[in-house]
Design a protein around this ligand. Structure first.
Ligand code: SAM
Length: 470
């Protein structure tokens, strides 16, 4: 019965919105992960019809002593009706469910007739169709090998240089992305989780849009460069930044969540990032005047957001009970307030020249409105921040910000949007703040002033958990 208890506990966590499906399944004990995950996913696909069967047959009411929750009933009834039976030895729970087998079956057949479906498959909810239109994007980890070599390796493994957009059925197609260097496209069905190249860190599975922030921030690849990734886990953008920096200079990666911090460390070590110092800290507690950070010139801010742009096929299975509008507005307003505080904090770093703020949200509340409010803030005013000129923010990308959501509509050209329906990516937003006087001399002067101030005041540094990936 352990399989069913584990699967129903997993469904409880998903109901509590304790994480994404992928994230929660990844925390299952490895030995049973495949089997439990398959049961959870299949149950979610048929959840609507299984719930109806359970309610109509009064199963939970009649067997409340043995079948103690709706989620336990769902996984059990799934296996009785759709998988050929319960995968466990005899016992009171199995007996309880089998007592109702005929009624469960009868109700299931009645629903099929009523809905006019012939096969069980027609009852399944298969997720967001837009996800099937997004190619599988693979970023070549240039800290380990060059894109040309990666391309050669794929071709010698039987991949063809054909466009996965036009030849979506060609399961072995590969192409170079037109906007992001070192990004390869494969057909959407291609999987790499068991591929040795993925396991060794030579390739990183990263959606195209989520590669934009590091490319827009574009820190120089030289010693003496100081960069912050303020909200780093699981670390895709951190490893991208490290690759752009060619493992030179110093990249501070902050992550406040302990568990996610562990994932970040693992991911950076696998990717061979040697110029990163990971810190299990809340970015908002980091003192911008600290001597370690007062030379930071580039900051990447990719904070928690609603995730409304992600069209993950699996997570779409959870969207059965929609929030009402006022709950949604309240949640977005809270997130936007937090996102604004993060940008304002980043603007306090004395030598910072460039701040990239991004979200995987499609809501103006978390995107244009946050940028608009950041531009009006005291921190932007005193630090002299403005939006970067459009020609320096991936100009070849056509979809820009929403002018009607900004005080100054012409600012929209400086902003990037990605749409899951039109761009073959997840929904995404990128903005870039720069100083009006952002030349290197001024930045160096600000950081030198700060160093002098620090030597006079000699502030004690905060105690923190840190780790050098070098
Ligand atoms: N940039 C990451 C990547 O590409 O892999 C994804 C970042 S995720 C959207 C946001 C992360 O920020 C979460 O792991 C969250 O725990 C972390 N976070 C949120 N607020 C934070 C804060 N104040 N300080 C540090 N980390 C924070």
């Amino acid at each position: 019965m352990n399989l069913y208890f584990e699967a129903s506990k997993t469904l409880d966590s998903l109901d509590a919105r304790a994480g994404s499906i992928k994230g929660i399944l990844a925390t299952l004990p490895e030995k049973d992960r495949k089997r439990t995950s398959a049961l959870v996913i299949e149950t979610l696909k048929y959840k609507a019809v299984l719930t109806q069967v359970i309610n109509e047959t009064n199963l939970l009411k009649d067997e409340r002593k043995k079948i103690t929750s709706m989620n336990l009933a769902l996984v059990l009834v799934h296996d009785v009706l759709l998988a050929g039976g319960i995968q466990a030895g005899d016992g009171p729970i199995k007996q309880a469910i089998l007592r109702h087998k005929t009624r469960l079956n009868g109700e299931f057949q009645r629903i099929k007739i009523k809905r006019g479906v012939k096969s069980n498959l027609e009852l399944a909810h298969n997720g967001d169709d837009r996800a099937a239109q997004i190619p599988r994007y693979v970023r070549v980890n240039t800290l380990m090998w060059a894109s040309d070599h990666a391309m050669d390796a794929f071709i010698s493994n039987g991949y063809d240089l054909t466009d996965p957009f036009t030849s979506r059925q060609v399961s072995r197609s590969i192409a170079q992305d037109e906007h992001i260097p070192d990004l390869l496209l494969f057909s959407p069905q291609t999987t790499f989780h068991d591929d040795p190249l993925y396991k060794s860190g030579k390739i990183i599975l990263q959606d195209k849009a989520s590669c934009f922030p590091a490319v827009v921030l574009s820190p120089p690849s030289r010693e003496g460069t100081y960069v912050i990734d303020a909200t780093a886990a699981p670390g895709n953008k951190t490893s991208h930044l490290s690759a752009i920096m060619g493992n030179k200079g110093k990249l501070f990666a902050f992550e406040r969540d302990r568990k996610r911090f562990k994932t970040l460390e693992m991911m950076l070590s696998k990717a061979g990032c040697q110029n990163v110092e990971t810190l299990n800290l809340d970015f908002l507690t980091v003192d911008p005047q600290d001597e370690a950070y007062c030379k930071v010139t580039h900051i990447l801010l990719d904070p928690s957001c609603s995730g409304s742009g992600i069209v993950n096929r699996l997570d779409h299975l959870l969207e059965t009970e929609a929030e009402n509008e006022s709950e949604k507005d309240e949640r977005l307003t809270k997130l936007a307030a937090f996102q604004l505080v993060m940008i304002k904090h980043a603007m306090k770093f004395p030598a910072v020249e460039r701040i990239v703020y991004s979200t995987c949200s499609v809501h103006a509340t978390e995107n244009e409105h946050v940028v608009r409010d950041a531009l009006k803030s005291e921190e932007a005013e005193s630090g002299g921040f403005k939006l970067e000129a459009p020609e320096n923010v991936l100009p070849q990308w056509k979809r820009r910000g929403l002018p009607e959501e900004l005080d100054n509509p012409s600012d929209a050209a400086s902003l990037i949007r990605c749409s899951p329906s039109g761009d073959a990516t997840n929904g995404f937003f990128v903005s870039c703040f720069v100083r009006r006087d952002s030349d290197t001399n001024n930045a160096q002067k600000r950081s030198l002033d700060q160093v002098e101030l620090n030597t006079v005041e000699s502030k004690p540094r905060k105690k923190k958990k840190k780790n050098h990936h070098s």
